[in-house]
Ligand binder design. Structure first.
Ligand SMILES: C[S@@+](CC[C@H](N)C(=O)[O-])C[C@H]1O[C@@H](n2cnc3c(N)ncnc32)[C@H](O)[C@@H]1O
Length: 450
């Protein structure tokens, strides 16, 4: 039977009583309902053997035992059957009938009154029964450790505490439900949130790509939807490479990179992020590989990054390691690219060693990749269309994409007094990026991992 049909018939029989509609304070006792279920009476000693052959016919619903004691006969058990498949003894398939015969069981089906309670309904069934008919029920949430992070719509707000409690009740390990109450537009990109139900404590612990992070979710930025992006960048790094993470948050690029034996310089302006970044480096035993800073991104680039680049790029020409700069502050990172202009003095390093920037941005343009290339190019005063790659990270809202542009900073941009060389055609040719997407005739194409 197609899944939609199964869902529909389930929702008829297994939907909560109609008088829960409009409930704003959760009353679990109001969800009691009695339904009539077909059952098969069998001797108790053959139940286990029989159940293996009756998987198709048995009732499958979380929280409901498929085998119960027979109230009239303690030597027997009742096997609950699916009311939509099993009507009479004719509903058994031939193989099932054969087993029943072998075990000397009569295929006679009887009726049983089953009481459903709050525990037997799924969260979606509960919310569909409570919220106004025909309106969207909450489809999901982001999980951050013990916290369910919801983004409720206006029509759901009158039910927010009930929704929070249902999420806690129905999702093992979730003990707190919060709702985002603004868009992330503050400097530190953390959410303003309201605790809807459960623990007020926002100190949490998450696992991402096998690393552990601890932080106070109300004070720092964390987005579980970025785990693929964190590992995509980490995979581009090789042991010995240098990573500068300009907007490091609590460490989801810095920690894995350090574990890969890269030298990491990680920075965040938010004192809370800085604190948890230090903590997470220790927690994951990479504190000796990561230098942590609490600076504005521009000061970080013009201070510690500049200093280290002057050293690294001036080293022997034999050096094989790459230098990567990650800039994950999509609403603003492109503006910070201007810090690379004339950042370094002296003779340019060989073009192979020029730092590789991974800069994030949002775009609402019809051609988001080209848009990001043009925006980044405009800040740097160069054209990036033939020498950058753009990766689609995720769709953040209808018609709004998050992207990552990757390119090597040209020597003519990075070093002071390089314009003369450019005029004489001496700027090393920029490398085309060989990442996951191709560019043809300057036309951007994007590749997605979502
Ligand atoms: C979108 S979050 C990314 C965090 C982390 N890299 C990740 O992938 O989860 C951006 C981070 O930049 C920090 N930030 C915002 N403005 C900044 C600035 N001017 N300089 C340095 N860090 C800044 C915020 O505190 C936040 O932790």
């Amino acid at each position: 039977m197609p899944e939609t049909e199964t869902n529909k018939r389930d929702s008829e029989l297994f939907s909560p009583p109609s008088d829960v509609r409009g409930m704003t304070k959760l009353d679990r006792t109001a969800f009691k309902k009695t339904v009539t279920i077909p059952v098969l009476k069998v001797r108790k000693e053959i139940v286990n053997k029989l159940m293996r052959s009756l998987k198709r016919a048995a009732l499958q619903r979380p929280g409901i035992k498929r085998v119960i004691e027979d109230p009239e006969d303690e030597e027997s058990r009742l096997i609950m059957l699916d009311p939509y498949k099993m009507f009479t003894h004719d509903s058994f398939e031939k193989a099932e009938l054969n087993i029943l015969k072998q075990l000397n069981v009569s295929p006679q089906i009887t009726k049983y009154s089953l009481e459903l309670t709050y525990e037997n309904f799924k969260s979606e069934e509960i919310l569909r029964a409570v919220l106004p008919e025909g309106q969207d029920v909450i489809s999901g949430f982001s999980r951050v450790g013990h916290i369910a992070h919801l983004n409720l719509r206006d029509h759901q707000l009158p039910f927010k505490h009930l929704i929070g409690q249902v999420m806690i009740d129905k999702n093992p390990g979730i003990t707190s439900a919060v709702n985002k109450i603004n868009n992330i537009d503050n400097t530190y990109r953390n959410f303003q949130m309201e605790v809807l139900s459960g623990e007020e404590n926002m100190m949490t612990k998450v696992r991402e790509n096998n690393y552990t992070y601890e932080f106070d979710f109300s004070k720092v930025y964390w987005n579980p939807r970025l785990s693929t992006e964190h590992s995509r960048i980490t995979e581009l790094l090789k042991p010995g490479d240098v990573l500068f993470d300009v907007f490091a948050g609590v460490g989801p690029f810095a920690v894995p990179a350090a574990k890969k034996n890269c030298t990491v310089f990680a920075n965040d302006l938010n004192p809370e992020s800085h604190k948890w970044l230090l903590h997470n480096c220790k927690l994951n035993k990479v504190d000796r590989k990561v230098k942590v800073f609490n600076l504005d991104g521009k000061d970080f680039l013009q201070g510690p990054v500049r200093e280290e680049l002057m050293q690294q790029l001036g080293l022997s020409k034999e050096r094989k390691h790459s230098v990567h700069i990650v800039m994950n502050l999509p609403a603003k990172a492109i503006e910070f690219l201007s810090a690379f202009k004339s950042l370094l003095d002296g003779q340019p390093c060989s073009s192979d060693l020029l730092p590789i920037v991974h800069c994030y941005s949002f775009s609402k343009d019809v051609n988001p990749a080209k848009d990001v290339q043009q925006q980044a190019g405009a800040v740097l005063g160069i054209s990036l269309e033939a020498c950058s790659s753009v990766h689609l990270v995720r769709n953040v809202a209808p018609n709004k994409e998050m992207l990552c542009i990757t390119f090597q900073i040209p020597a003519s941009t990075l070093y002071k007094n390089q314009t003369i060389n450019l005029e004489h055609g001496e700027d090393p040719p920029l490398k085309r990026q060989k990442t996951d997407n191709a560019f043809s005739e300057g036309k951007a194409q994007i590749a997605s991992n979502t």
